[in-house]
Write a protein that binds this ligand. Structure first.
Ligand SMILES: [Zn+2]
Length: 566
């Protein structure tokens, strides 16, 4: 790869010399070439974007295209003296100025004076100002004068990583091009091209690691490659790359994630030990692991992960293999644990312990069962439960009702000609005789029917005495009910009702019940309330014993809080 005396860094040796060699900025090349074709070439260009993505290279290619001896066309010829001069940086008409070190107004004034004169032997005088945002305010003002009325023979190409720092007056006078980070796959392809040209043996996985180090910058990736080649010569092993550029071995990430999904806690901890032993920064490792799980998640969540993930094809294939049939939900839950661990590791005295705990938890999570599957299961269980005869659910209360329903219609069908049974006679005798319902309850129902206003108050009374010819009803001392029923009219109404109900003369006594009194029979309202509570208790007990509910509680890990009767 080198002749032993002089080593030219890859970024310079393989600097793109034509628009077609420019990698990852096709949108810029196309627009510039279209402008050249149509003859509408701006006076000033602004190239913005991250470092090492090709801004200066593009500026030089554009300069050559504009000044090429063979005429302005799609690409520079790169062989005429003018092109060669620009490539070497020795052209007398193309000026490369570093904005960072020539920030003063004097520098710009000099530039302005220079711009007035015609180019010595080229078509244009071209000023390339790198890191243009570093210029001082005065320098910008001086520059602005020239930009407002540029001589025909002058072109400006500005490059910056921070376009937002430029005055709007400058921005508005430039044709702007935003350079993108170079996709990983394109950097890998370029590295492969260079490796072949330099006769270097290196794996795709190693090239991907090197490319990743560039983080979207072709120049940084090439610098990392220089670094590897300086140590390894023409034969590069994966281990060399891992050690030299301080990258996490992808195989270790794959191994840990596989162990996590197989619930292999032993291997998980063994891998953490390995990472710690090679002296790798544990939090950074955790972050790489997070990125790894993110890759898996995206692969399992979208149709075309390659459009979302910045990965080389072999990396993508490998991750797809690893993702296998793990559900997105299962990956997501582990990702959550790792994200939490990452935050904690920032402040932890024992980062390894935090990572270990998170990974152990991740390795022992129960798999998630999709909710629809669960519901189907429950449905199946319910169906089988209904067919089991001796369940408490069906026994007791509901059974007789069902029985009644079943018995009634046939009877009607068998005896259609029979006259309907006589309507129930609301006589005292019938009411008194034919029910197991206590007499007081029947009386209140009777009162409710005849005089609802009286009945509704009686519901709150306690039947203290019910004898032949005597009815004693108590109400809590000071209660609204007591005061509303104590008057002579109300008592007369109750008396009339009682006499109609019992068929005999009855004395009515309304008594106050002090709070201290014991053994007071419950009023119907109180009874209703306590019956309801009792019923809720019974239901709760019954429901808790039901196998379907038990299974549901077990699966969902829930508790019964409320029961509503359908
Ligand atoms: Zn040329």
């Amino acid at each position: 790869m080198s002749n032993g005396t002089h080593y030219e860094v890859l970024a310079r040796k393989y600097r793109p010399q034509t628009f077609s060699e420019l990698i990852g900025q096709e949108h810029v090349s196309r627009t510039l070439q279209n402008a050249i074709d149509s003859g509408r070439i701006a006076h000033a260009f602004l190239f913005s974007g991250a470092r090492g993505v090709g801004k200066t290279s593009t500026a030089r290619i554009l300069a050559k295209t504009l000044n090429c001896e063979r005429g302005v066309s799609h690409e520079p010829c790169n062989i005429c003296p003018l092109c060669i001069e620009i490539t070497r940086g020795s052209s007398t008409d193309v000026f490369e100025i570093d904005g960072a070190s020539n920030t003063g107004v004097d520098d710009i004034r000099e530039l302005r004076d220079n711009a007035k004169y015609l180019p010595s032997h080229s078509r244009y005088k071209i000023f390339i100002i790198d890191e243009v945002h570093m210029l001082s305010t005065n320098a910008f003002n001086a520059l602005l004068k020239t930009l407002e009325e540029p001589p025909e023979h002058v072109k400006f190409i500005f490059a910056t990583t921070e376009p937002h720092k430029l005055p709007i007056t400058i921005l508005s006078r430039c044709q702007r091009f935003d350079f993108k980070r170079v996709p990983l796959a394109k950097i890998v392809a370029r590295l492969r091209f260079i490796a072949e040209a330099e006769m270097i043996t290196v794996s795709d996985a190693a090239l991907a690691l090197i490319a990743r180090k560039g983080d979207g910058s072709m120049r940084d990736a090439l610098t990392a490659f220089d670094q590897v080649l300086a140590c390894c010569g023409n034969s590069v092993t994966d281990e060399d790359v891992v050690t030299l550029i301080g990258a996490v071995d992808r195989r270790l990430l794959a191994s840990i994630s596989a162990s996590v999904f197989c619930n292999d806690t032993q291997s998980v901890l063994a891998d953490v030990k390995k990472v710690d032993e090679v002296g790798y920064h544990l939090r950074q490792f955790c972050q790489e692991l997070i990125e790894h799980f993110r890759h898996l998640l995206i692969i399992r969540s979208v149709q075309k992960p390659e459009e979302i993930l910045d990965l080389s094809q072999p990396e993508l294939d490998e991750l797809k293999r690893q993702a296998g049939s793990i559900t997105a939900q299962d990956i997501q839950r582990r990702l959550t644990l790792l994200l939490k661990a990452d935050t904690e590791m920032a402040f932890a005295s024992f980062p390894r312990l935090v990572l270990e705990m998170a990974l152990l938890k991740a390795a022992t999570l129960e798999p998630v069962v999709p909710i629809l599957e669960l519901l189907d299961k429950l449905k199946a269980m319910e169906t089988s439960a209904v067919h089991t005869p001796a369940l408490p659910w069906d026994a007791g209360r509901t059974a007789p009702t069902a029985e009644q329903h079943r018995r009634e219609p046939p009877r009607a069908a068998q005896q259609p000609q029979q006259p309907p049974p006589p309507p129930p006679v609301t006589t005292v005798a019938s009411k008194n005789a034919n029910s197991s319902v206590p007499a007081w309850e029947r009386f209140v129902a009777f009162a409710n029917e005849r005089r609802p206003a009286v009945g509704s108050v009686l519901e709150h009374g306690s039947p203290l005495k019910q004898e032949a010819g005597l009815m004693e009803v108590g109400f809590p001392t000071g209660s609204y009910y007591l005061s509303s029923i104590q008057d002579a009219d109300s008592i007369a109404e109750i008396k009339a009702l009682a006499e109609e109900f019992t068929g005999q003369e009855t004395v009515i006594r309304i008594k106050p019940i002090p709070q201290t009194m014991d053994d007071v029979p419950l009023s119907l309202a109180e009874k209703k309330k306590s019956d309801h509570e009792q019923r809720q208790e019974d239901l709760k007990r019954e429901v808790a014993e039901h196998p379907v509910i038990k299974e549901a509680l077990r699966i969902f890990g829930g508790a019964i809080t409320d029961i509503r009767e359908a």
